[in-house]
Design a protein around this ligand. Structure first.
Ligand code: NAI
Length: 719
C-alpha cells in the first residue's frame, strides 16, 4: 500500500513526520494513511530511546483534508465491522502517538479540518501557520457526521462539554488560525513557515516529557465532569439547548454528537473512543450523511468547479463593473465585487442615493476590521474601488453591468438603453431581476446575446448562491463570462434556463403559497411555522414571507396573473391581499406582517390572523403540514426539470439548499424525491395521496420512477 507519511530523523533526534499522500492532491484518512501511521508508530516506538521529539507537518498546501468521503458515501451496514476496525486502528495509533513519552508537536502549515485537526489534537502542542486560506475546525456535523478519530473525546476533555459542543462540535465552524487560538484549539499562531518549525523545535526542547492534560493525575475536565455537581446541573438542559440551536429539527448528527460527548465525558478514554466509533458508524451507514456529503461536498465541488460552464469558451475577465441601483441588492453586489478586487461604479438616480452603496460597504468593512479579519488598509483599498455617481458618463469603459433597479420591466429596459452607449464594446449585460424572464428584458437591447440573468440572494455578502439565468438568445460566451465573474466574487453559480421566477424564486413561491394557504384554511399559523422548522427549514415560511415583503409577493403574483393564462388564484393570495390592503401589514420592513416586529426584532405572530381564516383545515395532521411544504417545492422542482428550466439535478440540489433554504439534511430537493421512503415511486404514491386530500397541485408527474431512473446518472448523484 502507498506510504503517505515520510519519516525523517535529524541529528538532534527529532523526527519529522511529513503527511504527503503521493496519489492525491490532499491528505485524507484513507486506508493508506492508516497503514502508514501504524508503520510510523512501530518505528517511533522502536527508536524511542534515541528520540528527542516528533514534529507532525504536511507537504501539501493544506495540512490534512479529513475523512475519505468517497469511501464514506459508499459505506453500507455490511461494512460496519470493517469500518469499526479501521477507525479503531486510527484511534489506537493516535493514542500511541500521544503516549509515546516524547514531545509531539503539530506544525499545522495549512487547513486542518476534520481528521486533520484530530491528528493535531493528539499532539501535545499545536502551532498553526497564519496562512490566508487556512481554516481549522471539526465540520463533520455539516456533513451529517461526527469527528470519529478521537475528535469528540479530545475536544470535550480539552474545552469541557459545553465549550466543545457549542464552539466546535455542533457549529462545525471552520475557524481562521486566530479564532482557533481564541477557542483553545491551537496553542500558538505564527506568521511564517520558518517560524513554524523553529517554534516546534523550541517547544520540544523546553518540554522533554509532556503528557496530555487528560493523562495527568491532577486532570479535571474544564467545566466539571457530568458527575460533578456544576455540570450535572446543566446536563438536563443540554438537549433543550441543542433543540433550540437546531430550531426543533431532529437531525441524526447533532444528536449523535451530543450523545457521544455526554456519554464519553463520563467514562474512561478508551470507552469514550469506542462510543465515538459506534455513533459514527451509525451515521455513516444512514442516509442523511450520504445526502449531505453528496450535496455539501460532491455537488458543491462540481458546481464550483464549473460543471455548468460551457467548455472551451474563452471569456475575457471582467475588470470594471457598473452596478445600476444602490438599493439593498445593488449595494450588496457592489461590495462583493469590490471585495474581490474589481473596480465598481454604482449609479443611482441621485448622488445621495448612489452613496448608499459606499455607506453599506463602509459598515460591512468596519465590522470585518473589528473582528480582525481585515486590516484598516485592506478595508480602505476595497472602499477606494467603489465609485458612486448619478451620471451615465461615469460608467464609461465598464466591461460588465449588473442592473439592480426596481423590479419593473419598463424601467429595467430604460436603464439598459441609457447606459449601453458608454460601456466598453461587448460588455456583459446582466440583470439581477428575481422574477422577470430574461428573454423579454433582452429584447430591449441591441445585443441580446450578451444579455444574461445574474440573480443574487439577500444579504449578498452572506448568501453564497448565484443563479445565472440563460435567455433564449444568450451566448455561451456571455454565460462563460458571467460564470467566471460569479466565481471571482466567491459565489456558487448554478445555471438555469429562462422562465418566470427561473428556478429559485418560482419554487420558493410554491413553499410560501402552500404555507400561507394552510393558514388561510384555518391551520394555526404557529403550527405551520413549527412544522417547517421541525422539517429542517432554516426559517418558517411566514417569517420568510415577511422578510421578502408581502407587497412584493403580491406584486410578483399580479405580474404573473397579467402575463399568463395558467394563473390560478389560491387561498393564500386572498390572505396576503387582506393583510396588505385591509390591515396594513406589508411585512418586516414596516414592523407589521404575519409577525409584529420591534426595532427590527421579530416578535409574536399577529393575533388577528385567526379572524381572517376559515375553519376547514384545523385537523391537518402534522406530517401533512410538513410534507405539503416539502412536496410543493419538490413537485415544482420536478416540473422545472421537465420543462428544462433546470439543466441538472445537481443545480437543483445546490440551488434549493443554498438559495431557498430547502432542508439541508435532504441533500437537496431532487435527492429528497429520490430518497423518499420507497424511492421515487414512494414519493409519487404519497403525492397522489396528498393530491386526493388537498388538491391537484400535488399530482405527481406520470412515471416519475422511470423518468428519474432514465435521467443519466450525474457523476455526483449519490443515489
Ligand atoms: P431597492 O428598492 O432596495 O433598490 C432599487 C434601487 O434602484 C433604488 O436605490 C432606486 O433608487 C434605484 N433606481 C431606480 N431607478 C433607477 C435608475 N433609473 N437608475 C439607477 N438606479 C435606479 O430594491 P432591491 O431589493 O435592491 O431590488 C433590486 C432588484 O433586485 C429587483 O429587480 C429585485 O427583484 C431584485 N432582487 C431582489 C432581492 C431581494 O431580496 N430584495 C433578491 C434578488 C433580486
Amino acid at each position: 500500500m502507498t506510504n503517505t507519511i515520510r519519516y525523517d530523523r535529524s541529528a538532534d533526534g527529532i523526527v519529522t513526520l511529513t503527511l504527503d499522500d503521493p496519489d492525491q492532491s490532499a491528505n485524507t484518512m484513507n486506508r493508506a494513511y492508516a497503514a502508514s501511521m501504524s508503520a510510523v508508530l512501530d518505528r517511533l516506538e522502536a527508536e524511542r530511546d534515541e528520540l528527542t521529539g516528533v514534529i507532525v507537518t504536511s507537504a501539501k498546501s493544506t495540512f490534512f483534508a479529513g475523512g475519505d468521503l468517497p469511501q464514506m458515501v459508499r459505506a453500507t451496514r455490511a461494512d460496519a465491522p470493517e469500518l469499526a476496525e479501521l477507525l479503531g486502528t486510527m484511534k489506537r495509533d493516535l493514542r500511541r502517538l500521544e503516549t509515546l513519552g516524547r514531545p509531539v508537536v503539530a506544525a499545522v502549515n495549512g487547513s486542518a479540518l476534520g481528521g486533520g485537526l484530530e491528528i493535531a489534537l493528539a499532539c501535545h502542542h499545536r502551532i498553526a501557520l497564519d496562512a490566508p486560506d487556512s481554516r481549522l475546525g471539526l465540520p463533520e456535523v455539516t456533513l451529517g457526521l461526527l469527528p470519529g478519530a478521537g475528535g469528540v473525546t479530545r475536544t470535550v476533555r480539552m474545552l469541557g462539554l459545553a465549550g466543545a459542543l457549542t464552539t466546535v462540535l455542533l457549529t462545525g465552524r471552520r475557524m481562521r488560525p486566530a479564532d482557533a487560538l481564541a477557542a483553545g484549539l491551537v496553542d500558538e499562531v505564527v506568521a511564517t513557515p520558518a517560524e513554524l518549525l523553529d517554534r516546534a523545535r523550541a517547544w520540544i526542547a523546553a518540554n522533554p516529557r509532556p503528557r496530555q492534560p487528560w493523562d495527568r493525575p491532577d486532570y479535571r475536565m474544564p467545566g466539571g465532569t457530568p458527575a460533578s455537581r456544576s455540570l450535572a446541573a446543566q446536563l438536563p438542559a443540554f438537549p433543550a439547548t441543542l433543540r433550540k440551536q437546531l430550531k426543533g429539527a431532529r437531525l441524526p448528527a447533532p444528536e449523535a454528537i451530543l450523545a457521544t460527548a455526554v456519554e464519553g465525558a463520563q467514562v474512561d478514554l478508551e470507552t469514550a473512543f469506542t462510543l465515538e466509533t459506534r455513533h459514527l458508524i451509525g451515521l455513516l451507514t444512514g442516509q442523511v450523511a450520504k445526502n449531505m456529503i453528496g450535496a455539501f461536498f460532491f455537488d458543491l465541488k462540481a458546481v464550483n468547479g464549473g460543471a455548468a460552464r460551457p467548455t472551451g469558451v474563452d471569456a475575457p475577465p471582467v475588470r470594471r463593473v457598473a452596478v445600476l441601483g444602490a438599493g439593498m441588492m445593488g449595494a450588496g453586489i457592489a461590495y462583493a465585487c469590490a471585495s474581490a478586487g474589481l473596480d465598481v461604479v454604482v449609479k443611482d438616480v441621485t448622488p445621495e442615493a448612489a452613496d448608499r452603496a459606499r455607506d453599506h460597504a463602509e459598515r460591512l468593512l468596519a465590522r470585518t476590521v473589528r473582528k480582525g479579519r481585515a486590516t484598516e488598509a485592506d478595508a480602505r483599498a476595497v472602499l477606494d474601488r467603489i465609485t458612486t455617481t448619478d451620471q451615465v458618463d461615469a460608467l464609461a469603459g465598464c466591461d460588465a453591468v449588473i442592473e439592480a433597479v426596481f423590479e419593473d420591466p419598463a424601467l429595467k429596459q430604460a436603464v439598459f438603453a441609457e447606459v449601453l452607449p458608454v460601456l466598453a464594446p461587448g460588455a456583459l449585460l446582466a440583470s439581477n431581476t428575481s422574477t422577470l424572464p430574461i428573454t423579454g428584458l433582452a429584447e430591449g437591447v441591441d445585443r441580446p446575446s450578451d444579455f444574461i440573468g445574474m440573480h443574487f440572494f439577500s444579504p449578498v455578502d452572506r448568501m453564497p448562491l448565484l443563479e445565472i439565468v440563460v435567455g433564449e438568445r444568450t451566448s455561451d460566451a456571455a454565460l462563460a463570462r458571467a460564470f467566471d465573474l460569479g466565481r471571482r466574487i466567491g459565489k456558487t453559480p448554478i445555471v438555469v434556463n429562462d422562465g418566470r421566477g427561473f428556478f429559485t424564486s418560482r419554487v420558493i413561491g410554491r413553499f410560501i403559497d402552500e404555507a400561507v394557504g394552510m393558514v388561510a384554511a384555518g391551520v394555526p399559523a404557529a403550527s405551520v411555522e413549527q412544522a417547517a422548522l421541525q422539517a429542517g427549514y432554516p426559517t418558517g415560511p411566514l417569517a420568510l414571507a415577511d422578510e421578502v415583503s408581502l407587497t412584493l409577493i403580491q406584486r410578483i403574483r399580479r405580474q404573473f396573473e397579467a402575463a399568463s393564462d395558467e394563473f390560478l388564484p389560491l387561498p393564500a393570495h386572498r390572505l396576503i391581499d387582506e393583510l396588505v390592503d385591509a390591515y396594513d401589514r406589508p411585512g418586516r420592513a414596516t414592523g407589521r406582517g404575519f409577525y409584529s416586529y420591534q426595532d427590527g426584532t421579530r416578535g409574536r405572530l399577529w393575533s388577528g390572523l385567526a379572524d381572517l381564516t376559515t375553519d376547514a383545515g384545523r385537523a391537518v395532521p402534522f406530517t401533512d403540514l410538513q410534507e405539503r411544504m416539502l412536496f410543493a417545492e419538490a413537485l415544482d422542482a420536478l416540473r422545472c426539470l421537465d420543462e428544462g428550466v433546470l439543466r441538472t439535478e445537481t443545480d437543483a440540489n445546490i440551488g434549493s439548499i443554498f438559495g431557498i433554504g430547502f432542508p439541508a439534511w435532504t441533500g437537496g430537493v431532487i435527492r429528497y424525491v429520490r430518497q423518499y421512503a420507497g424511492g421515487p415511486a414512494g414519493f409519487a404514491a404519497r403525492a397522489t395521496e396528498l393530491a386526493g386530500r388537498y388538491g391537484d397541485r400535488f399530482t405527481p408527474p406520470a412515471d416519475l420512477d422511470d423518468r428519474l431512473a432514465a435521467r443519466t446518472a450525474e457523476p455526483t448523484g449519490v443515489a
